[in-house]
Each structure stands twice: as structure tokens, then as C-alpha cells.
Unconditional design. Structure first.
Length: 335
């Protein structure tokens, strides 16, 4: 699928970035609005309702090989990914789990080189390594305990997401020699997204009941949190994410996932009054440098490379948030 003249690679990149930005609010919403100790339920109630709503709107079911492909992608991108994150979060410090998850862009870039023939460039590898280092500086704390099962789950979650991104690209936009198994052009991106959310959400619901027991009574606050996660944080975010995967190189899209921990720590600073030290601020700068470097990487031959996200064109809200952070930091120093 190629971008239209009115949709430049830079615009597609910026729109796709809205997905990990929305995911970055998950920590804040989970800690402040959702019932505690129910991560699998949270995953199920953000994915399954969103998938069912999109499925009702599009009224399109998979056909042929897309039944099993949708199931595989639903497990890799949603169900298995969320479940492995749950295991990693239970057995590791949250900072360690986040640092392991930051390896996902590197895994995706390697898989894309093998399965899609995308060129694995030095800039992409360097950007991925910088991303891991930057996230580690942001979230890791001294004395963080390492657990073999937790580490395996964290790496498995990163590999699951990276595999899902790569296979989404391969099956969504196959080579000319495999057009017989391509997704029909009449199937919208929303329908494609709904299939995966329904599969992944269903698996998470079963796992939630088996592991966490019957769901508790939900309060109005809980419902507000789930409504946000199901709409902006899942239905809209994943639709934009899969749209970006279809139009951009896998390495470029995967690197955008580094925005999630960046947004999470920023939201914690602005809303929860969490402190940011020099190491964390340096880590944020390293992540931004990784994003800039990674998006400068050229695409495969014969295509126009997406340029780095122009910060001057970011939404006004993002600029105001940045100004608010700086103002708050200066004010705290004068106190």
C-alpha cells in the first residue's frame, strides 16, 4: 500500500506516533482509575469491547487464510503480548520490564531484514541501542531484582510484539508473487484491526477468569478508565498503528514505541507530581535522539525515506505540555 500524494511519509509517521503516545497514558489510567491487581482483566476490557465495536461498525469477517492469520496476529499483537507483560510486571521491577520491552525495535528490525528484505542499517541498530539505554536511564532504579522467568517473559513480550508488527507488514502488504493471499482491498483497516482485538481480547478474558477469578463490581471511576483505554488507547491507537505498519518500514514504526515510556514518565511528572532527576532527564533526551536518528534511516531502494518527525509541527497540546514541564521544574527549583 502506498501513500497518496496528500499523505506524505512524514505525515504518516506523525499520525502513527499518536498510537504509542496514547499507550503511554496506560500507566496513569491504570494506577488512578482501574481496579488494582487485575492486569489481565484490564487488558481484556480494553481489547475485547474495542474489537467488538469495530467489528459491528465494519461488518466484515475474515475469509480463507485470514481466519488463522488474524488469530496469529491477535495473539502476537494483543493477547500473548499483554499476558507476557503481566508475567514480567509480576516478577520484575516495573523499570526492568520496561527496559526489556525497549528491545522490541531491535528485534523488529532484525525480523524485517529476514522476512521482508528490509535493509538493516547501522543507524537503525544504533537508534535501537540508544532507545534501550535511554529507557533504562528513565525507569531503572538501583538494586532492581532480576528473575529468570520475569526476564524471559519480558523478552518474550518484546519478541511477540516485534513478530506481530513484522507479520502484519508481510501479510498486509505481501510481495507481488503472493497476491493470492493478500488482504482484499475491500477490507478496511478498521476491520483488520477488529479481528485482532477480538481474538486477543477473548484470550485475555479467559486468562483473567482462570487466573484472577470473577471480575469485581466496577465503579464509575473504573468505567471511565476502561472507556478511555478501549477507545483512544486501543481502538483508535491500534487502527493508527496498523495503518502505519502498512505504509512505512517496520523499523521506523517499531522505534515509535519508545514514545510510550516517554509519555508515561511525563504524565507521572505532570499529574502525579513524581520527581525527575538528572539521569531521567538525560534518558529522555537519549530516547528523543534515538527517535530522530532512527527516522532518518533510508528505506529500501526505490522508495522515499520518511523524514524525522518535525518537532515544530507537533500538535499545540504537546508543545504546551513541554512548556508546562519546564515551567514546573523551574518553579520547583525556586521553592
Amino acid at each position: 500500500m502506498s501513500t497518496s500524494p496528500a499523505t506524505t511519509p512524514r505525515t504518516t509517521l506523525a499520525v502513527t506516533a499518536l498510537a504509542p503516545i496514547a499507550w503511554g497514558t496506560t500507566y496513569l489510567v491504570t494506577t488512578e482509575l482501574l481496579p488494582t491487581g487485575r492486569p489481565l482483566l484490564a487488558g481484556a476490557l480494553r481489547a475485547l469491547p474495542a474489537g467488538l465495536i469495530l467489528l459491528a461498525l465494519t461488518r466484515r469477517l475474515p475469509s480463507g487464510s485470514w481466519w488463522w492469520r488474524a488469530a496469529v496476529l491477535g495473539v502476537l499483537n494483543i493477547g500473548g503480548f499483554f499476558a507476557l507483560l503481566f508475567v514480567a510486571a509480576e516478577r520484575l521491577h516495573g523499570g526492568v520490564a520496561a527496559a526489556l520491552g525497549a528491545i522490541q525495535p531491535l528485534i523488529a528490525a532484525c525480523l524485517a531484514a529476514v522476512l521482508l528484505g528490509e535493509r538493516l542499517r547501522r543507524r537503525t541498530v544504533l537508534a535501537g541501542m540508544l532507545g534501550v539505554a535511554g529507557v533504562a536511564m528513565i525507569v531503572l532504579q538501583p538494586g532492581a531484582h532480576l528473575d529468570a522467568v520475569g526476564v524471559a517473559a519480558g523478552l518474550g513480550g518484546a519478541a511477540s510484539m516485534a513478530s506481530g508488527v513484522t507479520l502484519t507488514k508481510r501479510w498486509r502488504t505481501p510481495s507481488p508473487s503472493a497476491t493470492a493471499s493478500a488482504l482484499p482491498p475491500t477490507v478496511s483497516n478498521l476491520a483488520f484491526t477488529s479481528w485482532q482485538l477480538v481474538v486477543g481480547g477473548s484470550l485475555l478474558l479467559i486468562a483473567s477468569i482462570a487466573v484472577e477469578g470473577a471480575p469485581p463490581a466496577l465503579t464509575a471511576t473504573n468505567l471511565i478508565g476502561f472507556a478511555w483505554l478501549a477507545t483512544a488507547g486501543t481502538a483508535v491507537a491500534y487502527a493508527l498503528w496498523f495503518r502505519g505498519i502498512a505504509r512505512l518500514p517496520v523499523a521506523n514504526v517499531a522505534l515509535l514505541g519508545l514514545l510510550s515510556p516517554l509519555v508515561a514518565v511525563t504524565a507521572g511528572y505532570l499529574v502525579l507530581d513524581q520527581r525527575l532527576g538528572a539521569i531521567q532527564l538525560t534518558g529522555m533526551a537519549v530516547v528523543l535522539a534515538a527517535l530522530w536518528l532512527g527516522q532518518r534511516s533510508p528505506q529500501t531502494a526505490g522508495q522515499t525515506a520518511p523524514r524525522a518527525i518535525d518537532l515544530a509541527r507537533m500538535p499545540r497540546v504537546a508543545r504546551r505540555l513541554s512548556s508546562a514541564m519546564i515551567g514546573k521544574m523551574l518553579a520547583s527549583r525556586h521553592c
